[in-house]
Ligand binder design. Structure first.
Ligand SMILES: Cc1ncc(COP(=O)(O)O)c(C=O)c1O
Length: 364
């Protein structure tokens, strides 16, 4: 007899939505979130030689070095303080689950990342979804929010490559006295001075309650920082369970992040190259009359409804040598299945043109 979990697996397969792990390392990378390819510039001689004492940072896991790197990170992003988590997922889970109390309201965009939603499920606050990037709906819900209100948005949405009007959202939050939280996973490293992010570029950083910077995208590593006030940092150290009850990332981990910030400052040409390649991709797509969506950060989409059809298209491009992944439902709503094309500074113009031409041929 099939157990419940086996039945769920069977259903997944029948829906053509079965997820598998696959290494496509030999194909041309139009899939990773590693927008800048910073690891190509790292001198591993400069890694931390400090001895690591494992444990939660509240016990044996703390070193002065870790706090000093967090100080540097805060300065880079013009924040008062920063606190490192071992991943963006745990940063969002840790922040969302503890920031609101009973009687408070947390409003979140309908396309929020799973880590935000999972954190909200653990929160005692009431959560309210507003329509994607819809200021009117947000205002309507803000006007009914009870207790302290928090608004959670992403500066760039990972599956759509679009983003909100940050200034307008910030103005609305001020009007209603709400705390704004911005997940900058896909904008950190790519926008703002030396990759400081879109809140800096939009001039709203000092009005934002918390920003989440992740190191698994343009920084090409893993981990995340929550930026905000010193009080917010203290609060997370005291109440954020993924921070408290988990082994701290090592000194080497902090060093990897520190080195990447130094590269962003020392080599602005990497970011310039990325933006030049973006302009090239967009003008080539226009010439070919290819209907690409998104375009913020390195994320472009090509909608091809239906899991079976979008998988076929993905296979066709992979056979032609390009690592482009189909995004299936239920990761995105049924009917909006798509290819997610991720551009990098290190993709050559010939590779970009090759990908777009293959896509056009498939259309024809
Ligand atoms: C918007 C957003 N937030 C958070 C995360 C989670 O970050 P991490 O991969 O570091 O756990 C992701 C990753 O896909 C993301 O796209």
């Amino acid at each position: 007899m099939m157990t419940d979990f086996q039945k769920k697996l069977t259903r997944r397969r029948a829906d053509n939505a079965f997820r598998t792990l696959s290494d496509k390392g030999d194909l041309i990378d139009f899939s990773s979130n590693n927008y800048l390819g910073l690891e190509r510039y790292i001198d591993h001689q400069k890694m931390s030689q400090e001895i690591n004492r494992s444990g939660s940072r509240l016990l044996s896991g703390e070193t002065n070095y870790k706090s000093s790197v967090e100080g540097e990170i805060a300065r880079h992003h013009q924040a008062e303080a920063a606190l490192i988590f071992s991943s963006g997922y745990s940063a969002n889970l840790g922040l969302m689950s503890c920031i609101g109390g009973r009687g408070d309201t947390i409003l979140f965009d309908a396309l929020s990342h799973a880590s935000i939603r999972d954190g909200l499920k653990l929160s005692q606050a009431k959560d309210l979804k507003f329509a994607h990037n819809d200021l009117e709906d947000l205002e309507h819900k803000l006007s009914r929010a009870e207790g302290s209100a928090f608004v959670v948005i992403e500066s760039v949405y990972s599956m759509d490559g679009d983003g909100p009007d940050l200034k307008s959202v910030s103005t609305l939050c001020q009007k209603y006295g709400a705390h704004l939280i911005v997940d900058e996973a896909h904008s950190a490293g790519v926008y703002g001075l030396y990759g400081a992010g879109l809140c800096i570029e939009a001039g709203i950083a000092d009005q934002v309650f918390a920003r989440i910077i992740t190191y698994g995208k343009a920084f090409g590593f893993h981990g995340a920082a929550v930026l905000g006030s010193k009080d917010l940092r203290d609060y997370l150290i005291n109440f954020s369970r993924p921070f408290i009850y988990s082994t701290a990332p090592s000194n080497q981990f902090f060093r990897e992040i520190e080195i990447r910030y130094a590269i962003l400052k020392e080599r602005p040409e990497i970011s310039n190259e990325f933006h030049e390649k973006k302009a090239h991709l967009e003008s080539s797509a226009e010439k070919l009359q290819l209907n690409l969506g998104g375009g913020m950060s390195g994320i472009y989409t090509y909608v091809c409804p239906g899991n079976e059809l979008v998988k076929k298209l993905g296979n066709y491009l992979q056979e032609a040598g390009f690592d482009v992944r189909p995004i299936l439902s239920p990761t995105v709503p049924a009917g909006s299945e798509r290819l997610r094309i991720c551009l990098h500074a290190y993709n050559s113009k010939a590779e970009i043109d090759g990908l777009l031409k293959n896509l056009k041929n498939y259309e024809a």
